[in-house]
Design a protein around this ligand. Sequence first.
Ligand code: LLP
Length: 408
Amino acid sequence: MIADKCLLGLAETYGTPLYVYDGDMVLEHYRALFEYIPHPRLRIHYALKANYNPELLRLLRDAGVGLDAVSPAEVILALKLGFPAERIIFTANNLTDAEFDEVHRLGVLMNVGSLSRLEKTARRCPGSCICIRFNPDVVDGDSAMTMTGGDLTKFGILMEDLPRVLEIMKVGNLRVVGLHEHTGSGLQHTESVFRSMRNLMRLAAPENFPDLQFLDFGGGFKVPYKPDEHRVDYSAMGQEICSLFTDFEKRYGRELEIRFEPGKYMVAECGHLLTRVNTVKHNHTRVIAGCDSGFPQLIRPMLYGAYHQIDNLSNPDAPEHLYDVCGNICETGDRFAEQRSIPEIREGDLLAVRNGGAYCFSMGGIYNLRAMPPEVVVIGGRAKLVRPRVSNAALAEELLCQCGMEAK
Ligand code: LLP
């Protein structure tokens, strides 16, 4: 874990706002999964949409991690970083034919999540190996926006459409080597993991899918965001996962790989957004701590109402007061926290927004024309500036350049 004193030093060295990731912790989280889920054929396909910092990806590549990619550019990034194509699964949705062809040509396994795409695959690529994504019909997640099972989601093929799937497979002579489901992100109940597993395993009978090499149960492992939030007993969960899967393998009659695609579990707690307070303002009933970041740089609170713990690294032992922690963007909703109890904040104090490793930088943007913060990765106690700060002039010029216009 990176000590707060070290974070204070990094903010001095590299300025703020700044993203800092603990590379060692990412690897620890990855390795721990093999203890929690002691199945000899466990494969982890990290959901790189959570955080595609190239240095973190390089560490994971060397540790042998596979990837779950969701866009052609994610696939290309992974290949350019040296991930072998066989370690990548492509789980996009609502793909164009051109996108499908682009990724298929690269030799990456396609995970097909609609009957329409399955029919097109049978027509366009008969005889190919594919994975099929089913909707597990289990509803769970940390917000309505992150639940991917059940009737209100666009993802996966309905389990009741199995007969049609089997027909299309036959027509296209498709070899289904994997079945997939993803229930949601931040699953609140471990029971949901087991229910989705059981549902997918029920479909995976050898008479339906004789060529299976793996079952992939997606991501969604929850991590605590609030200080008093419980941590999942991953060991107990892993034992149950193993026992369910081993029973299934017996029924199926052959050894298979078991795959998971964690994103948040791998990186959420490994990241911090460091931001400095420049304005403290009293607005009748509220005290506003105005800082030098904003929602385009960490959108989860504004988009999902997500809670991110905020610590005052400069004044940790002071008495607490209630603050609205706001950013520098011209929108009222530009808040990281509302009425949050934090040790007294003074102008110049450094705040750490915790759990900034997953879906924070990767969901970022440059609204109001403010560049995304630089990113530092700490490995073995050494900090590496992976992405330097983009100057305001460079950002403006880049915009002109993209439109073929010259700066005056
Ligand atoms: N596999 C598939 C097919 C997925 O769609 C996702 C996440 C994952 C794996 C990884 O899920 P995780 O382990 O990270 O929960 N932006 C939202 C989360 C969206 C997740 C989308 N899919 C957030 O910030 O909460």
